[in-house]
Design a protein around this ligand. Structure first.
Ligand code: UGY
Ligand code: MN
Length: 249
């Protein structure tokens, strides 16, 4: 047992406006429709967030079935492969591939390679009058080129969903060369849910600086001041969610 666990310490920190969830604290939830699989809910409205973020790891013959509801879903395959079905559309998704499922669409994940792992963002869809709702979208991270972030070649953003008003969320992958960092401490109305995919660094959240590692999950409430620097000798990358394109006054 490592010393952290032996002495009852952890990097996990849950605050009212941000959270860092390290893998050592994960506890599985039993969820309706999820069988033969381990689901860990990392971020949810119970914490104060406006969305839910979870990971599901499948055993052989595991499955996850979600009924139609007002909730939209973004599913990204972290490891292995699984068959994703949304209404009549069906595709095998492997590592780095994803599907966006709009609200009011039943969907499922079945026939996993044992040990397959998916990361999911769930959000209640907010319609925009006069704008049509988005459709089902399958995609592959490798098909999406990284764009320099605010002109910085060492910090590149892959934007996984189309940039149009029908979407009320964005999901991106941020790729940092070792030593690259956000150019300033961001403070914005958009909320974030984030999973560290690779590498290490330091995340500033409000007035705290946290060492972060692959597998860590972070929640940033609206207006949470935030900054990141990639540390060590390898690149760092994270998958993250934000709510966009809507304003409630
Ligand atoms: O899209 C974003 O707001 C992004 N630059 N934030 C972040 O990486 N913490
Ligand atoms: Mn941000």
């Amino acid at each position: 047992m490592n010393n952290n666990l032996l002495f009852g310490t952890t990097r996990t920190a849950i605050r009212s406006r941000h959270a860092l969830i390290a893998p050592d604290g994960h506890v599985a939830s039993s969820l309706p429709g999820v069988v033969g699989a381990t689901a860990v809910v990392l971020i949810s409205p119970e914490m104060g967030a406006g969305f839910t973020e979870l990971t599901i790891t499948f055993n052989q013959d595991g499955r996850a079935e979600f009924p139609d509801s007002q909730i939209e879903a973004f599913v990204y395959v972290l490891a292995g492969s699984v068959t994703a079905q949304a209404k009549g559309e069906r595709n095998v998704l492997s590592t780095g591939e994803f599907v966006f499922v709009p609200a009011v669409t039943p969907w499922s994940l079945t026939e996993p390679v044992p040990g397959s792992q998916v990361h999911i963002f769930l959000k209640k869809y907010v319609a925009l009058p006069g704008v049509s709702e988005p459709g089902i979208l399958f995609g592959r991270e490798r098909d999406i080129a990284g764009q320099p972030f605010l002109g910085d070649e060492s910090a590149r953003l892959q934007v996984l969903l189309p940039d149009n008003l029908s979407y009320d969320l964005a999901v991106n992958i941020f790729n940092y060369q070792a030593g690259a960092h956000l150019p300033f401490v961001e403070t914005h109305i958009m909320e974030h849910g984030l999973l560290m995919l690779e590498g290490r660094g330091v995340y500033r959240l409000e007035d705290s600086w946290y060492p972060v590692d692959a597998g860590d999950c972070i929640w940033m409430a609206a207006f949470c001041p935030q900054w990141f620097v990639a540390m060590g000798k390898t690149p760092a990358r994270y998958l993250y969610y934000k709510d966009i394109n809507r304003l409630t006054a």
